[in-house]
Design a protein around this ligand. Structure first.
Ligand code: HEC
Length: 130
């Protein structure tokens, strides 16, 4: 009886560890490299910007190595709450305030609303970690 209760308490924490690296690398990371109209690329600022979102320097302006992607994945994973996009800083900070995001991001309103396809892609990665 007590054992079953403990399991219920512990299970969500254990399952929340499962952000998927392959999905991150193939679908999420390319968004950091893409130029959005009217905005600089995330990577243009987030190699140097004084924030917790710190990407690896790009070796050739186009691709990160596998090892660098792993390091990026570790950093980015700390900016999301697995299973909960709306509580994930990576998603809420660059989202326009009137679209449900933070009041100010020095890198602009990169996503106007939660219907932005790339916002949804990142959200799908975060949601999959349940
Ligand atoms: C023009 C430069 C610039 C661009 C482009 C930019 N950012 Fe930022 N970003 C900043 C700066 C500077 C900060 C720290 C100040 C602040 O919070 O606004 C920041 C903060 C953040 C934070 C908060 C990190 C923390 O410390 O908690 C997140 C998350 C973030 N940016 C995500 C993004 C994403 C995702 C993109 C691309 C879609 C992006 N940014 C593009 C400059 C930029």
């Amino acid at each position: 009886m007590l054992g079953a209760r403990l399991l219920i308490l512990i299970a969500p924490v254990a399952m929340a560890q499962s952000l998927d690296f392959e999905m991150y690398k193939s679908r999420v990371e390319p968004i950091f490299l893409k130029k959005r109209p009217g905005h600089a690329r995330c990577v243009a600022c987030h190699v140097d910007a004084a924030s917790a979102f710190k990407l690896q320097p790009l070796p050739d302006d186009k691709h990160w190595s596998e090892d660098q992607s792993r390091k990026n994945f570790e950093v980015v994973s700390r900016l999301v709450k697995p299973g909960d996009p709306d509580a994930s800083r990576l998603l809420i900070h660059p989202l326009a305030h009137d679209g449900g995001g933070d009041i100010f991001h020095a890198g602009g309103r990169q996503f106007a609303t939660k219907d932005d396809p790339e916002w949804k892609t990142i959200a799908a990665w975060v949601s999959a970690a349940k």
